[in-house]
Design a protein around this ligand. Structure first.
Ligand SMILES: [Zn+2]
Ligand SMILES: [Zn+2]
Length: 351
């Protein structure tokens, strides 16, 4: 198979910093789109994978699954994309396309295992897949997304993971006008949750432990801020929420949030991929309440999210960094010191 060389940044071991590397990408087959990467967001998962926090990393890890780029070449079967198109690639680059999940447009739950953008088996070149911290990528056309041209391209990068992660539960649970929606946690995910819930017409309450976040939450579209440390305030909101989006990235006590739900209402977890503190069954039983989870979204749903963003002028709040600054950006993400997403300017890697 013909390949081309690309510059990239990756980590060779779990203790290593990201460093410059050369990688190979396949030349487009008949169903492929070749993309020159312009921008790539930094997701907290990138750091978990580089540091082998989930014990499944394969090295070198070249992270990045919030990719925005320009099409430079397409295969003979590709008609939806052409040279010069602005496109996105998110967390997946392939799936079996035949199982029940894939047929239901839920490729993220492919029963045969979706091919994730990095750290999955590379079915074309062997080895494993490499992510977007590089100058280019070749992707099956079914996993390439159209990016609305009216949006600021660099600020659309985080929509490919942080965006769809928060959009999918809001859409799946039909959040809309008249709903009182809580968003727990104000980081990369939470700030998108506020923007989407607001644009969908909901009454949005930012639920946080830190009063310092109140002003920013309101700027992002929250109608009210509820301090979870204020017992009286929490009491006054008991049983009033139609839906809660919980974006807290670590294990924590979710019982106080369950108390906020109305009868039959649901809280969806999107952040914590680890054990939560014990849940009191009574809190769920009294009111037939539900706690659910959600993982990114399918390709069709991701395109719907991007189209919605185009119509409503929604992008992420970002801070641009050069590829060479990625290691210090990782540290700042770990310390929650970013408003609200870093995006790498890939021009810095090309020189
Ligand atoms: Zn991500
Ligand atoms: Zn499948």
């Amino acid at each position: 198979m013909n390949t081309t060389q690309h510059k990239a940044y990756g980590a060779k071991t779990k203790d290593a910093n990201l460093e410059p590397m050369q990688i190979e990408r396949r030349e487009p087959g008949s169903d492929d789109v070749k993309i020159e990467i312009l921008y790539c967001g930094i997701c907290h998962s990138d750091i978990h994978q580089v540091r082998n926090d989930w014990k499944n990393s394969v090295y070198p890890v070249i992270p990045g699954h919030e990719i925005i780029g320009k099409v430079t070449n397409v295969g003979t079967n590709v008609s939806r994309f052409s040279e010069g198109d602005l496109v996105g690639v998110g967390c997946m680059v392939d799936s079996c396309q035949e199982c029940d999940s894939c047929k239901k447009d839920l490729e993220q739950f492919c029963e045969n295992g979706a091919t994730f953008t990095y750290n999955s088996e590379d079915k074309h070149l062997g080895g494993h897949t490499y992510g977007g911290y590089s100058t280019g990528v070749t992707v099956n056309q079914d996993f390439v997304l159209k990016v609305p041209e009216n949006l600021d391209a660099k600020a659309t990068a985080p929509l490919l993971c942080a965006g769809i992660t928060t959009w999918s539960p809001l859409s799946t649970w039909n959040v809309g006008k008249g709903d009182k929606v809580g968003v727990v946690g104000l980081g990369g995910l939470g700030h998108m949750g506020i923007k989407f819930a607001n644009a969908l017409g909901a009454y949005v309450v930012m639920i946080t432990t830190s009063p310092s976040k109140a002003e920013d939450a309101k700027r992002l579209g929250a109608h009210e801020v509820l301090l979870s440390t204020d017992e009286d305030a929490m009491k006054s909101h008991t049983g009033t929420f139609d839906f809660i989006l919980n974006t807290v990235p670590v294990g924590h006590d979710i019982n106080p949030y369950i108390n906020l739900l109305k009868i039959d209402a649901t809280m969806v977890m999107v952040g914590a991929v680890e054990p939560l503190e014990a849940v009191n069954g009574a809190g769920l039983i009294m009111g037939r309440k539900r706690v659910a989870g959600s993982l990114i979204g399918g390709i069709k749903e991701t395109q719907e999210m991007l189209d919605f963003c185009g119509e409503h002028n929604i992008v992420s709040d970002i801070e641009m960094v050069d590829m060479q600054e990625a290691n210090s950006a990782f540290e700042r993400v770990v310390n929650a010191d970013v408003k609200y997403r870093f995006v790498i300017d890939m021009a810095s890697l090309k020189n």
